[in-house]
Design a protein around this ligand. Structure first.
Ligand code: SF4
Length: 406
């Protein structure tokens, strides 16, 4: 029997469950949602994994100037509705960026297309516990606050474990001996953890799943580049939106740390348990350059870039949707951070026109720049790279081309 079918209150399709709920994809969030909706007793209609088709559907029905994440969300929702979902959920929020309007705009677009559904906007807990509770009660009639709290605690602890696994995979992949082993181990580890139900099972499965990743054959002597990934949360969390950039870099033997994780992002106080550095510290690091909230992760992008430089990382990659206001503010500040902290930063903006080949070319050029700075030979998973002898001056690091000229 599928272990998830054992989650208390879970109803299966066709077994009398009326609520068929869905939500857009965002990285590994579907694993957390599958657990949560199962415990709430409603059927989770998971949209198919985001794809070019998803984006085409979303772009066709979204305003052209909308952020890329909104377009992919619309595609996910339409694909879920076509699979039978009758209730859609979306995270709420408020300014200064456009994210707070996402749910409202998405609901309007879908209704204009003729779809019928219930729409539940999950506002942040800090906006009021009662409204927060009511959203879940709509999904699970008769749910008590006490039971909701217990369910959230269990699902969230499992969500954190999923995040820990992906974080470890980013690091193990840089040292893997056989290309692709980490990705295979991660998939098996996530499947194992997904089947855990009770707190004891979750704890045991988390440890076993982590062991599966650590068991990947690794060459720890390998000289790897260390790169930090910063930027807008959706671009960081959803691999489809960035052409699975982390896997591309991991296969080049690059050790990665990223600043945004699903459970860090949805945790009420955003204490960054997975990333490991509290939001307050990041804000302090950003303060000399940007000392107020500009929405999204704008301030965190600046602060985290400083932190990566101080921690000795070779470089930083900033990801943003084209037209993202908070990240564009950060982009305009980053050249000063680069100069003062002597760290190369590659800024990559994505929209529906972005192509994979161009992305790979820019990543390769950036890695060459980082290797040249180190002045050493990098042995990657695919073999050894040629030593780059071209001189890299401080002007190179500060230049708008950021090494892309090589
Ligand atoms: S952070 Fe940027 S991309 Fe995300 S919703 Fe706000 S403006 Fe759009």
């Amino acid at each position: 029997m599928n272990a998830l079918a054992r989650i208390p209150g879970r109803r299966r399709a066709g077994a009398g469950g009326d609520i068929k709920v869905s939500a857009p994809h965002m990285g590994n969030m579907h694993l957390l949602l599958e657990d949560l909706f199962g415990r709430l007793g409603c059927e989770y209609v998971k949209p198919p994994p985001s794809s070019i088709k998803t984006l085409q559907i979303g772009a066709k029905h979204s305003p052209e100037f909308a952020c890329l994440p909104l377009k992919i969300n619309i595609g996910n929702f339409i694909q879920a509705l076509d699979r039978g979902a009758n209730t859609l959920t979306m995270a709420g929020g408020h300014g200064p960026c456009r994210f707070g309007y996402y749910g409202i705009v998405e609901e309007r677009i879908l209704r204009d297309l003729g779809y019928q559904f219930d729409f539940l906007m999950l506002e942040p807990f800090s906006d009021g516990a009662r409204a927060f509770y009511r959203t879940f009660a709509a999904l699970s009639p008769g749910l008590s606050i006490r039971k909701l709290w217990k369910i959230l605690k269990m699902s969230f602890s499992k969500g954190r474990s999923f995040d820990h696994l992906r974080k470890r995979a980013l690091q193990v992949r840089a040292y893997e001996v056989n290309r692709g082993d980490t990705t295979k181990a991660l998939k098996a580890a996530e499947e194992l953890l997904a089947g855990a139900v009770s707190p004891e099972e979750i704890e045991a499965a988390s440890a076993e799943a982590m062991g599966m990743l650590d068991g990947v054959r690794q060459d720890r002597e390998r000289d790897v580049l260390k790169v930090g990934i910063v930027g807008e949360f959706y671009l960081l969390l959803e691999p489809f939106s960035n052409y699975d950039l982390e896997e591309i870099l991991g296969h080049e033997g690059v050790y990665l740390e990223r600043t945004v994780w699903v459970t860090d992002w949805i945790a009420p106080r955003r204490d960054n348990k997975i990333y490991g550095f509290p939001k307050k510290l990041i804000e302090e690091k950003a303060a000399p350059f940007l000392n107020h909230n500009v929405g999204g992760e704008g301030r965190e992008t600046v602060g985290s870039t400083v932190l990566f430089a101080e921690r000795g990382f070779d470089g930083v990659i900033q990801l943003l949707p084209f037209g993202c206001m908070p990240e564009n503010i950060a982009t305009s500040i980053i050249p000063r951070v680069q100069q003062q902290h002597d760290i190369p930063v590659l800024t990559l903006a994505f929209d529906e026109q972005t192509g994979r080949a161009g992305l790979v070319t820019r990543l390769e050029a950036f890695l060459d720049l980082l290797m040249a700075r180190r002045g050493s030979r990098l042995v990657s998973a695919t073999g050894s790279r040629e030593k780059i002898t071209q001189a890299v001056t401080p002007e190179c690091a500060a230049c708008a081309a950021r090494g892309g000229c090589k």
